[in-house]
Design a protein around this ligand. Structure first.
Ligand SMILES: Nc1nc2c(ncn2[C@@H]2O[C@H](COP(=O)(O)OP(=O)(O)OP(=O)(O)O)[C@@H](O)[C@H]2O)c(=O)[nH]1
Ligand SMILES: [Zn+2]
Ligand SMILES: [Zn+2]
Length: 238
């Protein structure tokens, strides 16, 4: 009952599905039964794209909940669903909208997909989603120069020096064979229950989490953190 549980995260439109469609096609050619699940907030069309490969597909929409917390709460259920489909590889794609959370789980191969166009500061900004990944797939290399590609790779490696970087073209599929090989080289996991998230999630227990919509201190309770304006406050008082 073991499963290679592969987590794919990255900013919106970075090329996660494009890269995975090519990778899953390679896995299928090797006779590997694959299932895919997509976690998003309000809407996704990714299920239709994955279904075109003729594999079992599930979607989870978090709606009014934080998608990352929703994701963590449903890991066991996604595992059971994939096993019921007799999958030996599960591709779990997550929106990765909250740049404070990271979906990586111990024992699961975690791939962070980031594109060459997001700017040199972005690897730092998306922090743990990138720094806790095993593999970083950099897409859209066809849209930048060789020099830009190298500088961007450097910025990525500064945030996660231990990860393996693979350049993937989501359109042509170039690089997806390396992703397939990395997935097949991963040791299947016996169960997900008891595995640890590699990075803790922030507490989200303020009045706005509970549905409050009005701005102002008297409408706020629970876990409130205010900005420390430090020096700039004393400047304004002058
Ligand atoms: N030029 C170029 N375009 C790409 C590449 N990879 C993906 N794209 C395009 O980028 C857009 C977004 O790709 P998706 O695969 O949908 O990205 P995603 O990360 O799955 O998006 P969400 O799931 O909506 O967050 C699509 O129009 C793709 O065709 C690439 O390597 N080069
Ligand atoms: Zn997608
Ligand atoms: Zn979060």
């Amino acid at each position: 009952m073991s499963l290679r549980f592969v987590i794919v995260a990255g900013p919106p439109s970075s090329g996660k599905t494009s890269a995975m469609l090519h990778t899953i096609a390679h896995l299928k050619k090797s006779g590997m039964p694959v299932a895919a699940c997509k976690i998003d907030c309000l809407e996704t069309a990714d299920d239709r794209r994955y279904r075109q490969l003729g594999i079992p597909v599930a979607i989870g929409l978090s709606e009014y909940l934080c998608p990352d917390h929703f994701y963590a709460v449903n890991l066991e259920e996604v595992w059971s669903w994939a096993r019921q489909q007799n999958a030996e590889v599960l591709i779990l794609e997550t929106a990765g909208l909250c740049h404070r959370c990271a979906p990586a789980v111990e024992g699961c191969l975690t791939i962070c997909v980031i594109d060459n166009l997001v700017g040199l500061e972005t690897p730092k900004k998306i922090g743990p989603m990138l720094s806790t990944a095993d593999i970083i797939a950099i897409t859209k290399g066809d849209m930048v120069s060789q020099a830009e590609k190298e500088v961007f790779r450097d910025a990525v490696e500064t945030v996660n020096p231990g990860a393996r970087v693979i350049h993937v073209n989501g359109l042509s599929g170039q690089g997806s064979l390396a992703l397939k090989r990395a997935i097949l080289a991963t040791r299947p996991l016996e169960k997900i229950t008891g595995q640890a998230l590699r990075y803790s999630m922030p507490a989200a227990t303020c009045s706005y989490c509970a549905g409050e919509t009005i701005v102002g201190g008297s409408f706020q309770m629970g876990n409130i953190k205010k900005i420390d304006f430090g020096e700039s406050e004393s400047c304004c008082k002058k």
